[in-house]
Ligand binder design. Structure first.
Ligand code: GLN
Length: 471
């Protein structure tokens, strides 16, 4: 059942939120010991919230557009009084004293948070294997990764444990796991969704977004969490867009660029899925134009300087004094070092070292400044592309989900998982991964649609055409 149907029925008093939430808790109890998508299930508070929604409906009040819909929230989005650890030992047991803006918006819309979802430590990774809680498994094949870093959120929806979840996307962490788990994932325009209460990884790239089992539900969740927030200085001063109302308006007359640089290097089955998706769009009146944006090839290199540089600065706050883990030592400097040595995992340490190096005197110009110039080139190249096309179509990932353990000892291979998703983050633009069939072994395939800033409505419309065409 879709989130929209659940909410409609709960609002109309035809179904009780308590029943919906109990059913989700049963699904989690049945599947999550194998999948490990959740870091914590919030049974008691979810039941309480569901009861309050049923009471509101009984009293003739409307609990909101997500009334009674169970949802999972990535473990890097602050939930007041609940452990928000970013799957890191350094934040073990840390309970934020405040809710992220998106968490408040979920509650105001009647959604019920049933659990926190697993992730790569501080959202650094593409497989959810860099988690202090251990890995999450792909619901389509338990020997494979769900993608990352929002792998728990993707697996929770992919396995049908919850209809919706929230993730964060800095370089692909919503779209790549969505593709691996056969669900819809949206990375919104930078600034469209408040980052207040999202634990910072790379602040100029981070964005919260929805996972859903279908495009319509993703549109609804995105509507609920979007819109200006004075608590986030980078929040766009624009009202939440109306997305669901325009979902069925189709793609007639839209020019869609089939972007060679976002396809080359993908497996043959993924390349075929992209071509099939282009045909579905064309059959509904879109004009498909082949195009190339060669600058996108520099995205990965620029990202792996900019993201670690920002991370090295953001993660300086975990010093053993203010948050979480402290390892005592003879003096403050030694305590800082001992706490960070014990608290951070290998990948996080690698990023901090990379970033610190890129920002250090003598190397700043050659690395960090050069990466920023490259970022500008990519932004200009996209702007030029969008002067002649309305949307861009490509692959979300080069391959389907890989085996657990396959890339842990080769960081470069892991980084390459995001080669098609990273350019969007550098530009601050929105993009969506939508399921486009399965490949060998029944593994899900996702295709990616990209658009200029604030083109979410158009992206979702096109994704809906692909979804419907495959049905
Ligand atoms: N996999 C990329 C990285 O490790 C992207 C992560 C993300 O989007 N949070 O940085």
């Amino acid at each position: 059942m879709t989130a929209r149907t659940i909410a409609e029925q709960v609002r109309a008093g035809e179904r009780r939120a308590t029943e919906v939430v109990e059913a989700a808790l049963v699904e989690i109890a049945t599947h999550d010991s194998d999948l490990h998508a959740f870091t914590e299930v919030h049974t008691a508070s979810a039941r309480e919230a569901a009861e309050a929604i049923d009471a509101a409906v009984a009293a003739g009040n409307d609990p909101g557009p997500l009334a009674g819909v169970p949802i999972g929230v990535k473990d890097n989005i602050c939930q007041r009084g609940r452990v928000t650890s970013c799957a890191s030992k350094i934040l073990e047991g840390w309970q934020p004293p405040y809710d992220a803006t998106v968490v408040g918006r979920l509650a105001a819309a009647g959604a019920v948070i049933v659990g926190s979802t697993n992730m790569d430590e501080f959202a650094m990774g593409s497989s959810t294997e860099n988690s202090v809680y251990g890995p999450t498994r792909n619901p389509a094949d338990h020997s494979r990764v769900p993608g990352g870093s929002s792998g728990g959120s993707a697996a929770a929806v992919g396995a049908g444990m919850v209809p919706l979840s929230l993730g964060s996307d800095t370089g692909g962490s919503i779209r790549q796991p969505a593709a691996f788990c056969g669900v819809v994932g949206v990375k919104p325009t930078y600034g469209a969704v408040s980052r207040y209460g999202l634990v910072a990884f790379a602040s100029s790239l981070d964005q919260i977004g929805p996972f859903a089992a279908n495009v319509g539900d993703a549109a609804l969740l995105l509507e609920v969490i979007s819109g200006h927030d004075p608590l986030d200085s980078t929040s766009l001063d624009a009202p939440a867009p109306s997305l669901v109302a325009h979902l069925d308006e189709g793609v007639a007359g839209l020019r869609v660029g089939l972007c060679k640089d976002l396809i080359e290097g993908a497996s043959t089955e993924i390349t075929a899925a992209v071509a099939a998706s282009a045909e579905l769009l064309a059959a509904q009146g879109a004009e498909i134009v082949e195009m190339s944006i060669p600058e996108l090839h520099y995205g990965l290199s620029a990202y792996y300087l900019i993201a670690p540089a920002e991370a090295s600065s953001n993660l300086a706050r975990y010093d053993g004094v203010r948050y979480g883990l402290r390892v005592d030592a003879a003096n403050v400097a030694e305590m800082n070092a001992a706490s960070r040595t014990a608290g951070f995992g290998d990948e996080v340490k690698r990023r901090i070292m990379l970033g610190t190096y890129a920002l250090s005197a003598g190397y700043y110009d050659a690395y960090y400044a050069q990466a920023q110039r490259t970022r500008t080139l990519i932004i200009r190249a996209f702007a030029e592309a969008y002067a002649s096309v309305d949307l861009i179509l490509g692959a979300t990932t080069p391959t389907t989900a890989f085996e657990i353990g396959a890339k842990v000892s080769d960081p470069m291979e892991m980084y390459l998982s995001d080669v098609f998703t990273i350019p969007t983050n550098l530009a601050g633009h929105p993009a969506i991964s939508v399921p486009a069939g399965t490949g060998a072994g029944g593994l899900p395939i996702g295709v990616q649609l990209l658009g200029p800033a604030l083109s979410e409505e158009r992206l979702l419309r096109a994704a809906a055409v692909i979804e419907k065409g495959r049905a």
